[in-house]
Ligand binder design. Sequence first.
Ligand code: AMP
Length: 454
Amino acid sequence: MSFEELGLSEDILKAIEECGYTEPTPIQAQAIPHVLMMRDLVGLAQTGTGKTAGFTLPMIEVLAGGRAKARMPRSLILEPTRELAAQVAENFDTYGKYSNLSKALLTGGTSLDEQIKKLDRGVDVLIATPGRLLDLFERGRILLTDIKILVIDEADRMLDMGFIPDIEKIVSLLPPMRQTLLFSATMPPEIKRLTTQFLNNPREVSVAAPASTAENVEQFLVWTHPKKKYDELESIIKSEDVKNAFIFCNRKKDIGGLATWLGKKGYNAKPLHGDMAQSARTQTLDDFKNDKITLLVCSDVAARGLDIKGMSHVFNFDVPMNPDDYVHRIGRTGRAGMDGRAWTLATKEEDKYIRQIEKRIKSSIPVFDGSKKTQHTTKDKHTTKDKKEPVTKSPVTKNKVQHVAEDKKQPHKKENPGKPQTEKPKKQDDRKRSDGGEFVTGFGEEVPPFFKGK
Ligand code: AMP
């Protein structure tokens, strides 16, 4: 299947070619024909699958030729966060380069005046977060009666963030005769309900099971004690070739402290969370994208869906309490066919969340084995000593580690620019777990205490 076969016009094909895309991704191949036929659509897809182009390309095609009246946009894309909205706007500019359509990005934290001026001139596409859109509507700056296409993106995250009442209000302001597209990485009952409420006889397309994790993301679990988490994290970072990484914290209040601590240790680390001023958030994100920042310490909300190419690592400083968040977090790495590595620090208190995650992803997260990590990540620097390390009997861990060690095509080979020094990592299997047990090399060899009797 090619983009030409999907029936997109010359202007769009030219823009796609300039992006270097040779063929549609599975979600694009499935979604684009339905959108072009003006059908309602439910897309079960995570970010990283190419879903943005899946709805943006046919939307540009459908809107091309028409013209928006002042304050009466013709299509509306709702996004849960400002960063995601900005990312979609960028995509729209890229794909619509030759299509002569106008857009406005309506998000909080940026100048209202600018947005109002744009709306007054007339825009074809509105890309908005729910709060700012309602604000502008209530000020009488915008009319939604000409909306022909509505996209509700990242619906499950909208739900998590408490936006559903806002979405319901927005939808009540739109004409009933419209096309509605809803995208979600998961389909909890509340979202299912919305699809029956807002969509008319929708087609469904799906590219990955909701609970699946990317195959090219290697996962590791490290049992630790709350008081040792900072040191543990640093030890892992030191032993890995970190090109760039997100470090997820569950609590906003921990983000600044951890970023500062890493900064003092000589790492190029910065915080990103929802309480920061929009200008600081945008600047931080730009710096991260431009490799000026190596480690971004962030919350789920701030990092949701951000498409940053070639991220080498994800670190879960805390175990996410919602298993979907685990899937989303580790999906930040291992994108576009590149290998990625996801490390999760877990304390005894968090074992219930780990078990929920493992149920969700339908596999166990390999428990980190210090000897293996040393072998494959620092082989150039510690060859002699490391070769003496014992070999695990855990088939899962062994295969994964050998795969990485032998993989000459690793995308993240370059020296870690945020790493202040090279130091041999601690051998964790020599240490005691916080709950008194030994560190284990895999579930096959030794059953962790938290598994016993449960
Ligand atoms: P998304 O899931 O929309 O966030 O897209 C993830 C990434 O895939 C973005 O960086 C896109 O530029 C890229 N992408 C989208 N469509 C294609 C395609 N057909 N071929 C290659 N890359 C693509």
